[in-house]
Each structure stands twice: as structure tokens, then as C-alpha cells.
Design a protein around this ligand. Structure first.
Ligand code: KG4
Ligand code: ZN
Length: 340
């Protein structure tokens, strides 16, 4: 089965052709247009600009994915698109395009939950992953831990109370004037650091509920920059900036992984999936490998280009879902719940 997958829930406009085989999904093509140059000067995604840019990008992105795969629309067996959650103006660009193509080509159509997409990004390298799986989804908008009994179900275990982990990376990069998006820049800076700065204090929760919090890190970095204004001007080659990035990255990685052993035991988990943009982080990838080996869990972290938002993960999830019998009445949903 050949699936065209489309994704535009935030600031990446992406399309991919995936061939679903008995041995799992094969990536036939992947195209992504970044909008970093547009949002960079604002230090974050501007929804209205993102939506307009997707409208300009969507046709070339789809055509590019088909050309790279060496097929035409007539050879597709279905089309899959992100239904939500996300920025509604952004979602609508590929959502509407997918319905138009499905109608024109008389193609089966599937709407996919964005997070099921991130889970299925792991299916390319690990199609035989043992379940149940702990699924840590970490991006600029999500820091959620789920339990999956298969590739199409996610049950929430715990999440952040405030900021997503990706926000802590992006806002730190902004305070240090490193550029946008922050995650990869902080990562590179941290890897260059000969040593770490003082560690950040983990948050404590009085109600004892399993969760994360990353907004305190923002304040922590802000206070350090106020105390030492040199940090905001020095740039990525400065040892103090590097040391701060390393402490931040060590804190985020350690905090994200800390609750996993207890959840793994409680649910007899057999594997660990980590996906979403922050799963590109070098420290998190290395620490997760050590942890998974210690706990005897199979580990599946997609290759970096499949961790960030992309059309391939939507195609891979869409290949496993029931086709919609009446696509024309479907709509994108900014707050789409899992299982809806
Ligand atoms: O999944 P994604 O592409 O989009 C959302 O759904 O948010 O994730 C983007 C996030 C951004 O916050 C970005 O800074 C972060 O992923 N990110 C990283 C790295 N690469 C991307 N964070 C830490 N280390 C990285 N290497
Ligand atoms: Zn995402």
C-alpha cells in the first residue's frame, strides 16, 4: 500500500510517500519546508504567518514528495493528513489540500492524531517493537508520557504542568541570543562544553502527583543571565555559555527519564519509545540508551529527521487506521483529543 502523508500542524510543511509492507513501513520520499527564517526574528512561531506560508508551500511539498518517490497521484492507495492538535490555520492548509486530492483522485482518506504520528515514526526502524511500550513524546508543544498497547493507542500516564521541554530549550537559546529554533543550538553548545555549570534544582510537587515542570528552568536561566550579563552577549563559543547549556541539557534529560523505571515496572513495559523534536537531543538519546539497557527495555528513538514534525510519521500511522467513509464532513481540530 502506498500512502501520501501530509503534516502542517505547526511551522513545518511536510509530505512523504510511505510504502506499507508486511515487514513494516518503508520511506519512499520525504520533503519538508522549514519556516525558521520567517519565525526566527520573532523568537517563536507566529500562527498567522505560519498559516499563510503553508498555503504557499503545500503544493510544491506534495509534488516534491511524489517526484522523489517516482510516482504520480494515480499510483497512491490512500492519503493521510494530520487532523490535530495544532494551530488551526496551519492544520487547515494540508487538511484542505488532502480532501481536495482525495476527492479528485477518488482516494481513501484518513485523518491522523499528531501524537499517533510521533509514535509511528518509531515504526520505520523498529516495526517489531514489543508492547506494552512507554512512549515519551517531547516537543515544543508536548511533554507527555503514554502507555501504548499497540501502534494505534495511547493512554496518558503523566505530563508537564506548565511548559514543554522544547520550550525550555527554545527560551534558553533566546535569552542567550543563540538563535532559533533553540534546541539544536543549545545541544551543540552543550556538547562543546568542557564542564557543566551549577546544576538546576528539580521542582518539588506538594500534591505528590506524577508530573513534570519546566517553567522553573526558564526563571533559573533568566536569573543566571541577570547575575552575569556576559552570558547574553558572549555567543556559542564562550565556555560559560557552553557550561550553562550543558547544565540545562543534563537537567532536562535527567528529569524526563527519572519517572520511567517506576512506570515501566507498574505496567510491565517491554519497550521505550521517545519521539518529538526534543528526542533529537544528543544527551537524552545517550541517557535513554543507558536506562533502557539497565531496565531491559527495547529502545526505539526515530532518526532525527523523523523525530521532528514530518509527513512520513503521519503516513505510517495513517496506514494502520480505518479509512474515513465520509471525508467531506471532516474538519481539522486544534484541540483534538486522543481516541476521538
Ligand atoms: O516535534 P517538533 O518538530 O514540533 C512540535 O510539535 O513542537 O519539535 C520542535 C521542538 C523545538 O522546541 C526544538 O527546539 C526541539 O524540538 N528540538 C530539540 C533538538 N532538536 C529540536 N531540543 C533539544 N535538542 C535538540 N537537538
Ligand atoms: Zn510534533
Amino acid at each position: 500500500m502506498l500512502v501520501l502523508g501530509l503534516e502542517s500542524s505547526c511551522d513545518d510543511c511536510s509530505a512523504a510517500v510511505v510504502e506499507e509492507t508486511t515487514a513494516g513501513p518503508l520511506l519512499r520520499s520525504l520533503v519538508r519546508e522549514s519556516q525558521d527564517a520567517i519565525h526566527g526574528p520573532f523568537g517563536g512561531v507566529v500562527p498567522e504567518l505560519a498559516a499563510r506560508e503553508h498555503l504557499l508551500q503545500v503544493r510544491a511539498v506534495m509534488a516534491g514528495a511524489l517526484a522523489q518517490a517516482g510516482i504520480g497521484l494515480a499510483e497512491l492507495d490512500r492519503i493521510a493528513v494530520t487532523r490535530g492538535p495544532g494551530l488551526v490555520g496551519s492544520l487547515l492548509a494540508t487538511f484542505s489540500a488532502s480532501k481536495a486530492v482525495a476527492w479528485h483522485q477518488d482516494l481513501p482518506w484518513v485523518g491522523v492524531h499528531h501524537l499517533l504520528g510521533h509514535l509511528n515514526a518509531a515504526r520505520f526502524a523498529s516495526p517489531d517493537l514489543p508492547f506494552p511500550a512507554l512512549v515519551l513524546l517531547v516537543s515544543g508543544g508536548h511533554t507527555h508520557l503514554y502507555l501504548a498497547k499497540d501502534w494505534t493507542s495511547l493512554q496518558l500516564l503523566q505530563k508537564t504542568r506548565d511548559d514543554a521541554a522544547g520550550e525550555a530549550f527554545d527560551k534558553t537559546a533566546r535569552m542567550l541570543n543563540l538563535g532559533y529554533p533553540g534546541g539544536p543550538l543549545v545541544d551543540a553548545c552543550a556538547q562543546a562544553a568542557p564542564r557543566a555549570a551549577d546544576p538546576f534544582t528539580p521542582p518539588k510537587f506538594r500534591d505528590g502527583k506524577a508530573s513534570w515542570s519546566f517553567s522553573g528552568l526558564k526563571t533559573g536561566v533568566k536569573l543566571r543571565v541577570e547575575r552575569n550579563p556576559h552570558l547574553a552577549k558572549a555567543g556559542a563559543a564562550d565556555p560559560q555559555v557552553q557550561a550553562l547549556c550543558r547544565s540545562l541539557q543534563e537537567a532536562i534529560s535527567a528529569w524526563l527519564l527519572k519517572p520511567l523505571p517506576e512506570w515501566a515496572e507498574a505496567h510491565d513495559a517491554r519497550s521505550l519509545v521517545i519521539s518529538g523534536g526534543v528526542a533529537c537531543n544528543s544527551r537524552l538519546r545517550a541517557e535513554a540508551a543507558t536506562l533502557a539497557a539497565r531496565l531491559g527495555l527495547a529502545l526505539a528513538i526515530p532518526e532525527p529527521r523523523l523525530c521532528t514534525d514530518n509527513g512520513a510519521m503521519i503516513a505510517a500511522a495513517g496506514a494502520l487506521l480505518e479509512r474515513e467513509t465520509d471525508p467531506w464532513i471532516q474538519n481539522a481540530d486544534a484541540d483534538l483529543k486522543l481516541g476521538a
